[in-house]
Write a protein that binds this ligand. Structure first.
Ligand SMILES: [Zn+2]
Length: 142
């Protein structure tokens, strides 16, 4: 039987939700379908990347378009109120993202960034080249 309190359970739900976002699940599904094995949230790497493919020395970051400031993306338009606050917050995130990718590259990891909007339209196709994982993007309407 489940002996957790209602509060504990909702905390668990919140934790699970943050880790298993819809875009992340879709990417994992695509990788699985292509027979690619991965590990999740590897804590001993800079920025604990969302998905790690040890065999291909590749990490994948799943970026929400708004939070990570996707360039020229409709989902990344700043709110009309508190615009400066959001602008600063997102700029900070972008700087942090760049830094952790640089750290990973220095450790010999190949880094892929997948954006929420393109994931939700199922536009990533992964492939292996020269021992690393890459992606190509399907054209719109495909
Ligand atoms: Zn986007």
């Amino acid at each position: 039987m489940d002996n957790k309190t209602k509060e504990q359970r909702s905390q668990n739900m919140a934790a699970v939700k943050a880790k298993n976002t819809k875009p992340e699940l879709l990417v994992r599904k695509t990788l699985s379908c292509q027979g690619l094995r991965y590990r999740l949230n590897v804590k001993n790497l800079p920025g604990s990347p969302d998905i790690v493919l040890t065999k291909y020395k590749t990490v994948i970051f799943i970026n929400g378009c708004f939070w990570h400031g996707h360039n020229k993306c409709k989902k990344a338009i700043l709110p009309k109120t508190n615009t400066d606050f959001w602008k600063k917050k997102i700029e900070t995130t972008k700087i942090r993202d760049k830094k952790r990718i640089k750290e990973l590259k220095n450790l010999g990891w190949h880094c892929l960034v997948c954006w929420e909007c393109a994931i939700l339209h199922n536009r990533y196709i992964f492939y292996i080249d020269n021992g690393y994982l890459y992606y190509s993007i399907r054209k719109k309407g495909f």
